[in-house]
Ligand binder design. Sequence first.
Ligand SMILES: *Cc1c(COP(=O)(O)O)cnc(C)c1O
Length: 474
Amino acid sequence: MTVAPAGARTLAVPGDIPALDRLLNDAVFAALLAAYGRTEVTAALRGALDALRARVVDGGVPIAQAGAPAIAADVAAALDARHRRALRRVFNLSGTVLHTNLGRATLPQAAIDALVDAAAAPVNLEFDLGSGARGDRDRVVEALLCELTGAEAATVVNNNAAAVLLVLAALANRREVIVSRGELVEIGGSFRIPDVMRTAGARLREVGTTNRTHAADYADAIGLRTAALMKVHTSNYVVSGFTASVGAAALAAIAHASGLPLIVDLGSGSLVDLGDFGLPREPVVRDVLAAGADLVTFSGDKLLGGPQAGLVVGRAALVQRIKRHPLKRALRVGKLTLAALEPVLALYRAPERLAARLPTLRALTRAAAAIEAQALRLAPALRDVLGERCEVTVVAMESQIGSGALPTATLASHGFAIRMQRRGGGLDRLDAALRALPRAVVGRIADRTLWLDLRCLDESDEAAFVAQLARLSP
Ligand SMILES: *Cc1c(COP(=O)(O)O)cnc(C)c1O
């Protein structure tokens, strides 16, 4: 077979494809080699050449596509995709502020700075700079937690699920913990009070009924095997109608009369009264301790607005037992968590500035009118790129707080309702295209409408949001 000279053909033949070694020495590969190194570039190039050869054999590949510049562009795209971080920034326009799947709270600048500092250098994590002796990592935040909650002592673990597990394992192993049937919660499918109880080696003693539990139910259940009474905040549901439950103060009195501790799992909990910020009220950790709870557990990344962590605050003797339990070592947090947590807690010393400084609270307290103004400001850019295909309307909507905090309360918000002009005309594709943007836009589809709630689009992020929209153009 004779191959016509390339000049006389338009389609490539296998002989046109340059050899791998020659390509690696071609100037067009120099930048890629500098960026990714020889191993990565060689592997990607080999893949690109195999794919190209198969396409050329099938026929129909223009000669230019078999040349070094085109191959280099393919390799660059492949390496780019391969080296894209798996964990990346998104725009949370889902309408849920503390979205567990999107990493819950975002951190204030002070916490980000501390996180970067601690990441970049050795830190005095378990080292007392005064004495030069070994220290305790909880000390980084213990004093602050005690100051903010009125507790005698505190400890920190990986998340609130870990906090509950550790408290039960340390205080109630092979003994009973009395819990109301109305509070046997399941959070997000994998955290269920009865399961956590079993895993911790504690026996769940259920009392009362789903809708009504009385003081006498607890008192009657106390026996020789009882280790503690426990109250669980019903974070993600409400029991309403003909109901009765026993408050922390009454429950503490019952527990203490028998020499038992009261454990309260607050779930989110809050260090300040959210009512002061015009938000629906959540139990405040300090109040629950003041009411007599001996230990309170809550999350670092829910309403607190910090990094993922589980906080345990309460009586010194109980916290000591918890810290000494072997599970504490397994569930402890690292320096990055503590670095981020300390400045977040410190912000609570100035509650009057909290709404401006803490991103979670800033998002939760944004006025509907400000969000509406933002939606009106951004609507033209969105309509521009979506063109005739879609109808984009600025509408009122309700945001949720999320993460089980205040399950029935919603916050008046605004955003976009996007509908396709033709019935069944590609709403899922538009949603996928938004998620494929360099910084994915995460909305929510319901009733043949794509809803984009702007509550969590910080005004400082607006320009970045608009800038990438151009890529949506058909
Ligand atoms: C959210 C929640 C938990 C779990 O907390 P994580 O920090 O997600 O582990 C446990 N108990 C209650 C009541 C909760 O609301």
